[in-house]
Write a protein of this length. Structure first.
Length: 89
């Protein structure tokens, strides 16, 4: 009689385990994905704030505009000679 009850309890436990394990695994995967997306969102917000500051500075600071144009676009002033350095390995 005790062996029969133990078998029923073990069988019921295994049944519940098989039924709920995939759902539990999916919940854990979704929690991990949510954490990753939250981190990515936080990083993107910080990057966006930094880019907005850069944009405001570009709109208002003439010296900064010139610096960016020189660095990124290779713009030179009148009568300047551009020099390009080629690194040697």
């Amino acid at each position: 009689m005790i062996l029969k009850k133990a078998s029923v309890i073990i069988g019921l436990g295994l049944f519940l385990f098989v039924i709920f394990l995939p759902g539990y695994t999916k919940i854990q995967e979704l929690r991990d994905k949510n954490r990753d997306l939250t981190d990515k969102n936080r990083r993107l917000k910080a990057e966006n704030a930094q880019l907005e500051q850069m944009l405001k500075r570009l709109e208002s600071d003439k010296l900064y505009q010139e610096k960016i144009l020189r660095e990124k676009a290779g713009v030179v002033r009148k009568d300047e000679v551009p020099v390009k350095f080629i690194p040697q390995d």
